[in-house]
Design a protein around this ligand. Structure first.
Ligand SMILES: [Zn+2]
Length: 113
């Protein structure tokens, strides 16, 4: 795969970032849920203080798991190949969704099935 090294570095950076935020953040039951109808400033302040909701933290942990599993797969021959049509998945898609196993067209087809 052409951009393997570039993607590997990117994944490593994002894993490091993700771990750093997980260590920094504390789950605060009083933190404001993203869908709460309150002023934007208040939510921003809560986030800056490193207080996150349980849901936000779970989301970040799931993201970390995805990034790590993508990094483990990166040396495989078929990494970055669509498992449906066997075309190379475009780099921007892999950057956005490192664990993607389908190209955009096949993912859309699968969703509409
Ligand atoms: Zn495909």
């Amino acid at each position: 795969m052409e951009h393997r090294e570039q993607l590997r570095q990117l994944l490593k950076d994002r894993i490091a970032e993700s771990k750093a935020s997980l260590e920094r953040e504390v789950v605060d039951a009083s933190a404001v849920a993203p869908d709460a109808a309150i002023g934007r400033l208040t939510r921003m302040e809560a986030m800056q203080a490193g207080h996150v909701t349980e849901a936000a933290r779970r989301q970040r942990q799931a993201e970390l798991v995805r990034l790590e599993s993508a990094l483990q797969q990166i040396d495989k021959e078929d990494f970055g190949m669509c498992r449906e049509c066997e075309e190379a998945i475009p780099l921007p898609r892999l950057i956005a969704r490192p664990g993607a196993r389908l190209c955009v067209a096949c993912a859309e087809a699968a969703e509409s099935r």
